[in-house]
Design a protein around this ligand. Structure first.
Ligand SMILES: [Zn+2]
Ligand SMILES: [Zn+2]
Length: 342
């Protein structure tokens, strides 16, 4: 029977393998791998002659353009985003009326507004498109407009259904009751399923107001996530445009010493603005993709106009539930030059 190389315990099943060594779990494997990785990183000395960065004045546009270059773009993003959100929320409303089922009513454990989150995210895709196409990163006003807009639209569909709905006799609801009364009925009489069968449906009563508030917050959070995702891409402030993804290189090995030494040399070359040498150093390490225990990756984004780039390195370890990133082991670099990643 196999014994853990780390703690000598007998392994019954599910050994964690690092090359030929078997460990009882990730904890023992990490304890064996990480010190060697860190020691190799610290001990490795790499000489990389710095490549000078071109001055900002030569590569970027005129300084005059740096003064509020964004101009009307942020306002345009908000306008387009809100207009698309308005159109889409009525689209969603029509679809929901058609199938007689509400997206926002999909809740996990009743209180987690999954459906409302999705709904808020869906109607905010106009913001995403406008941010990326107009090369205008989100500002506080963009977040605020998207969230408040989504919250209002969550309520506006109530107005739409009030104006269009008819009762069983074909009488328009708006002729039978006022809007306030209608909202009260819809909120207090809505039903939640506590079990799987329809018999366990319960009328929510005054709890409906809390659930409705949670729905509105779900809409707003969904919108917020979309704006945040749109702004996550690296941006070249010099040229006023989002960088394009140049690619990523992933290598892995069961040799923590080689991994530590490789990461150090990748970092040294990137710090000296020698991105291609960093790529070459990583290409020589381990095997393609993340199959072995210690994984290193390098992801680059670059500006197509001025060749400024961002390079991000990460370290990850194999695990029973997918790979785990090692916090603070990677780093982010900026520089200027050509990078060939394939
Ligand atoms: Zn062990
Ligand atoms: Zn640029």
């Amino acid at each position: 029977m196999a014994k853990c190389v780390g703690c000598q315990k007998t392994i019954l099943f599910g050994a964690t393998k690092v090359g030929d060594g078997a460990y009882c779990g990730e904890k023992c494997a990490d304890a064996a791998v990480m010190p060697a990785f860190a020691a190799a990183y610290d001990a490795t000395v790499v000489q990389s002659t710095p490549t000078p960065l071109p001055s900002a004045a030569r590569t970027g546009p005129d300084d005059a353009l740096l003064v509020d270059r964004e101009g009307t773009k942020p306002g345009l993003v908000i306008g387009i985003g809100l207009l698309v959100a308005l159109l889409l929320s009525f689209g969603v409303h029509l679809a929901e009326t058609g199938i007689d089922r509400q997206l926002r009513s999909i809740n996990l454990w009743i209180v987690l507004p999954i459906g409302a989150l999705l709904n808020g995210a869906l109607i905010s895709i106009g913001f995403f498109a406008a941010i990326r196409l107009l090369d205008s990163p989100p500002r506080m006003a963009t977040y605020a407009a998207a969230a408040v807009g989504a919250g209002l639209l969550c309520w506006l569909t109530f107005v739409a259904s009030y104006l269009t709905m008819t009762d069983d006799n074909g009488t328009a609801i708006r002729e039978v009751m006022g809007f306030g009364e209608y909202m009260q009925v819809v909120i207090e009489e809505s039903q939640v399923m506590l079990g799987r069968s329809s018999r366990s449906a319960t009328t929510v009563g005054s709890w409906g107001y809390a659930l409705y508030a949670v729905d509105c917050l779900g809409f707003m959070a969904g919108a917020w996530f979309v704006i945040r995702a749109a702004g996550m891409k690296p941006f070249c402030a010099k040229c006023g445009r989002f960088m394009t993804r140049l690619g990523a290189l992933m290598r892995s090995s069961n040799d923590p010493t080689a991994a530590g030494a490789t990461l150090k040399s990748v970092h040294a070359h990137l710090a000296a603005n020698n991105p291609q040498r960093a790529v070459d150093a990583l290409s020589e390490f381990g095997a393609k993709d993340h199959r072995s225990y210690v994984g290193l990756s390098l992801e680059c984004h670059g500006c197509p106009m001025c060749k400024d780039y961002t390079a991000v390195t990460t370290v990850n370890l194999a695990g029973s539930r997918g790979r785990r990133e090692v916090e603070d082991a990677g780093a982010r670099f900026e520089g200027n030059g050509n990078i060939g990643l394939s």
